[in-house]
Design a protein around this ligand. Structure first.
Ligand SMILES: *Cc1c(COP(=O)(O)O)cnc(C)c1O
Length: 436
């Protein structure tokens, strides 16, 4: 029995899969925050390169990956697909469990899959510098790596509370050459306005987005970059599912269920969308999006138009949302603290093409520890949500005596989250309210 199913560099997919070509019902258009009218490409051109704007609205089924990007991917792709033999044994389940491991990327998660093409298309458009926000730091460090790879400058507005609590993500951003400031900062008018009201503001993703957008809109040489939620981000992430499909075919199996954790929806979309195409074509495959009980956009949210940020500066997107003023508790899975959900994932959930589950922190960390003690890899707390759902599916398979095939995405490693593991071991994770 093979533990690891690998691909050669020449087997890196040559095109991304675009689900917009196959959705039974098309997405409703994003609306202008002021006029509430559908926005066009020109509305986005101030902060995004035209190639990414085209991808955002394209209905071509496959979109070619430029050679320069495939070359950049080859630094860590194809990523391995593991058969979780030790975990299966521990669970004594007839199910086969496979996981795609995105933690082998230099930044430690799937986020480089979109950071690299985003940096490339901006470079190609003559842009010299990218501005972005980051919460816990995973996206900021990924964009810093990608900008360095393609020779762009990078400015990261990092939410003050994470800037102070997660110093090593901040160090990664600097190591790859990016500039990082705590947000709210004095570098932008929106940051200064917040500081004037509250000198000790700990910041928020909403404030940091406002700062990065203001930075990008105010400079000719600078664009803005977003790490999740948007159609083109999910498009880039489909490289995960496309590789996994080839790897499972090598192993001679096809999954009964595909699982991923959801923050903004990009890694789940990445692994699931190529399989959802098969479901739309009639295959009986299930896909499960897993979220924290404390930030339950799909399971408890409402489907409607909402802003992407707190201040209401971004276009209105049709999505499941807890409200753009919802402030989730400081749970350890920082990457899953988003009030909304990608419009593509929202549409699929509305049309019952995917399922959703929500778990409490404690049960998620129990699953993470079982995984580390069987498979060895210490998972990111975000990814552990997917592990928990995979465990449940495997236990169910045992009850039913079914040989089902489970595939989940292990979106990243947890090497920067060890204080959260310590909190779990000391019994300090009660419900979902624990602060790091
Ligand atoms: C950012 C992040 C997530 C959540 O973001 P999505 O866009 O929903 O994928 C999940 N896992 C890891 C490791 C992350 O860094």
């Amino acid at each position: 029995m093979q533990r690891k199913i690998t691909l050669e560099e020449h087997e890196i997919p040559t095109a991304y899969y675009n689900i917009l070509a196959d959705l039974p019902k098309p997405l409703d258009p994003p609306l202008h925050p002021g006029t509430k009218q559908p926005i066009g490409p020109q509305d986005l051109a101030a902060i995004f390169p035209m190639e990414l704007i085209k991808q955002e609205v394209s209905t071509e089924r496959f979109i070619e990956i430029p050679d320069e990007v495939r070359n950049a991917y080859a630094m860590f792709r194809p990523t391995p697909l593991f058969r979780a033999i030790e975990l299966e044994r521990a669970l004594d389940t007839p199910a086969q469990i496979y996981y795609k491991y995105e933690g082998v990327s230099p930044a430690g998660s799937h986020k480089l899959n979109t950071a690299l093409p985003q940096a490339f298309y901006n470079k190609q458009a003559g842009i010299k510098r990218l501005a972005t926000e980051t919460g816990a730091g995973q996206w900021g460090s990924s964009l810093s790596y990608a900008c360095n790879f393609f020779g762009l400058a990078c400015k990261v507005y990092m939410v003050r509370v994470s800037y102070d609590q997660k110093p090593y993500r901040r160090s990664m951003i600097r190591t790859w050459g990016g500039e990082v400031v705590a947000s709210p900062s004095t570098d932008t008018a929106s940051g200064r306005a917040v500081l004037q009201r509250d000198r000790n503001s700990t910041g928020s993703l909403g404030i940091a987005i406002s700062e990065a957008v203001e930075d990008a809109a105010g400079r000719e040489d600078t664009n803005y970059s977003l790490g999740s939620v948007l159609n083109h981000v999910l498009l880039h992430q489909t490289i995960i599912g496309l590789e996994a499909k080839q790897q499972l075919a090598k192993a001679g199996v096809y999954p009964d269920v595909v699982i991923g954790c959801v923050g903004g929806g990009s890694n789940f979309g990445g692994i699931a969308l190529p399989f959802i195409k098969d479901k739309i074509d009639g295959k009986p495959i299930r896909a499960i999006a897993v979220e924290p009980a404390s930030c339950p956009s799909l399971t408890k949210g409402e489907f409607r138009y909402d802003f992407g940020d707190l201040a209401g500066l971004t276009p209105l997107l049709p999505m499941y949302t807890l409200g753009h003023d919802f402030v989730p508790p400081s749970i350890h899975a920082g990457g899953l603290r988003y009030h909304g959900m990608a419009p593509i994932i929202s549409r699929l959930y509305l049309d019952r093409l995917i399922e959703a589950l929500a778990y409490e922190q404690e049960e998620v960390f129990e699953a993470a520890v079982l995984f580390a003690r069987t498979e060895g890899i210490i998972p990111a707390p975000e990814s552990a949500h997917a592990i928990k759902a995979a465990l449940q599916e495997a236990q169910q398979a045992k009850v039913e005596g079914k040989k089902k095939v489970i595939l989940f995405n292990l979106s990243g490693h947890g090497h920067f989250d060890m204080s959260a593991y310590d909190a779990f071991f000391s019994g300090a994770l009660s419900g979902s309210k624990m602060v790091a």
